[in-house]
Write a protein that binds this ligand. Structure first.
Ligand code: NDP
Ligand code: AKG
Length: 480
């Protein structure tokens, strides 16, 4: 007998609220339903916002020990269910089981990290220029926070937004991406079971243009933390400014360069490029989608990377032998294949993958182009799939110029054995995250995360930097 399909409802003021049901399917087995979820619609979303508004002052006044204990219980509960949640995540997003386990673990650790952040100093004391005046800066919660998240990290991204928001005394309405409702639904159950007071955390499912839009336009939402595409991010920004001048934080796309210099260790370079370009099916905003290679190592590198890409086993994420899972959706697959055509039309040369067998469903071979140029769409536009390209350069100066020739600026990497080249790259690469002899993807939960240019707007996420978005500094002068 097959087990029942899990069902996820909206969470509003501590109660579970039904709505039009939709099926959430497995990208590896498109006919298979992973879960059902209830769409919120505008009315339920407004009720969730009202519940968050009502709960916020009380939550902010709870003793720090209570907020800490809640976050710690949430983190512990997530960590206790790593295997089960990883299977769910792999089935709804298509991430390999090992990667999914890593993501669930990171989500649990993130809640525990912010529990302990509450024991850090909460403000600063300054000397006053005036006599008999005490000057200090305190932090106040932002208020009600709308959290809007993408599909590629269904648990980690909600966790790294929701955990600091709750820790610093805010209440939350989370709207996850429509493609991945189940991970968010399980997180909501964990938060309720951990004892969150009603209204402190709310969850609404549904289309961004309906449910998300309510969060952007409501006068009762004080700030929106968004991760997603650049066009959606620009819309979020416009709406937040137009509707109450809300605070907003945008983490968006990337077209991240990986530079390989002649003095690089070839195996390290190939390993970094393979991981950065193709792991997680290239569905990472920190993916290396431009590989900038110096002429002396170029041909050996391209041949070795193409062979390594061709050798990757593409298959079901639940099969431990698989090294690459499916593309998340038919739309994303069509986009990837469009860019494969665009790259070929622009004159880049396919050296791995490049064709798609319709019988393969949403499984796509990793595709590598050589002979790309910086002015090609292939090298300028974010694809968000297992498609990467190699650009040849003569020296470090040209490599840095090509690396910086982008509107984005999330992550940038270099593979070199030269300390001087590495230091120069850390200084000159225009990106929020710079790696040396490591893939451009794969960051740590206690360090700031974010980019420059079109990749980011607003304060950094994660680590201690997260506090800057979720709190408002209040400067207090006391005369005596
Ligand atoms: N820099 C970073 O940290 C990261 C950036 N990304 C970026 O995310 C993108 C892929 O994710 P994807 O989910 O497709 O991105 P989208 O921008 O399409 O969607 C992101 C979220 O915004 C919602 N949304 C869509 N329209 C609106 C609207 N009008 N108002 C409010 N919310 C809305 C979506 O809802 P719905 O699901 O209904 O569409 C989804 O929850 C890539 O471009 C990638 O670069 C991804 C991960 C990390
Ligand atoms: O590796 C990470 O830390 C996740 C970054 C991320 O969100 C992404 O690459 O899409």
């Amino acid at each position: 007998m097959s087990s029942p399909v899990p069902r996820h409802l909206n969470l509003v003021g501590g109660g579970w609220v039904d709505g039009d049901r939709r099926a959430n399917t497995n990208p590896a087995r498109p006919g298979e339903t992973v879960s059902e979820y209830a769409q919120a619609g505008p009315e339920t979303t407004r009720a969730a916002i009202a519940a968050a508004r009502a709960a916020q002052p009380g939550w902010a006044r709870r003793p720090v020990a209570e907020r800490m204990a809640l976050l710690d219980r949430i983190g512990t509960a997530v960590l206790a269910r790593v295997d089960e949640l990883a299977v769910l995540l792999a089935r709804e997003e298509g991430k390999l089981l090992a990667e999914a386990r890593g993501e669930v673990t990171r989500a649990g650790q993130t809640f525990r990290y912010y529990a302990h952040q509450l024991l850090q100093p909460a403000g600063e004391v300054y000397a006053s220029i005036r006599e008999n005046v005490h000057a200090e800066v305190r932090r106040r919660p932002l208020g009600v926070v709308g959290v809007v998240t993408p599909w590629n990290y269904p648990l980690a991204i909600p966790a790294w937004k929701v955990a600091p928001a709750l820790a610093y005394g805010n209440t939350v309405v989370l709207k996850p991406a429509e493609l991945v409702p189940a991970s968010a639904g399980e997180l909501a159950r964990i938060i309720v079971d951990a004892g969150a007071p009603p209204g402190v955390f709310n969850l609404v499912f549904g289309a961004g243009r309906v449910v998300g839009e309510e969060l952007l336009t409501s006068p009762d939402v004080d700030g929106v933390s968004f991760t997603g595409g650049v066009d959606t991010g620009a819309h979020v920004a416009r709406q937040c400014l137009a509707h109450g001048n809300k605070r907003f934080q945008l983490e968006m796309g990337g077209k991240n360069p990986l530079v390989v210099l002649d003095d690089a260790d070839l195996a390290v370079a190939v390993g970094c490029a393979l991981d950065g370009s193709f792991f997680s099916t290239g569905q990472r905003c920190t993916a290396s989608s431009r590989i900038i290679v110096q002429a002396g190592i170029h041909d050996r590198f391209v041949a070795a990377l193409a062979a390594a890409a061709d050798a990757l086993r593409v298959g079901d994420p639940l099969d431990p032998a698989s090294q690459l899972g499916p593309v998340v959706s038919p739309d994303q697959l069509a986009r990837n294949l469009d860019y494969v055509r665009i790259g070929a039309d622009e004159g880049a040369r396919v050296v791995a993958g490049g064709t798609h067998d319709p019988d393969a469903g949403q499984f796509m071979r990793p595709t590598l182009f050589a002979d790309a140029r910086s002015d090609m769409r292939l090298a300028r536009e974010e694809i968000f799939g297992p498609v990467s390209c190699v650009l040849r350069v003569e020296d470090l100066d040209e490599a840095v110029a090509v690396a910086n020739d982008t509107a984005y600026g999330l992550s940038a990497g270099i593979v070199t054995t030269s300390l001087a080249a590495a230091e120069r790259f850390k200084r000159d690469a225009r990106a929020g995250i710079v790696t040396v002899n490591l893939p451009t993807a794969g960051t740590e939960l206690h360090l700031p995360f974010g980019g420059t240019g079109a990749s980011n707007h607003g304060p950094r996420e994660q680590g201690t930097y997260a506090r800057d978005f979720y709190t408002v500094p209040v400067t207090c002068y006391t005369g005596w």
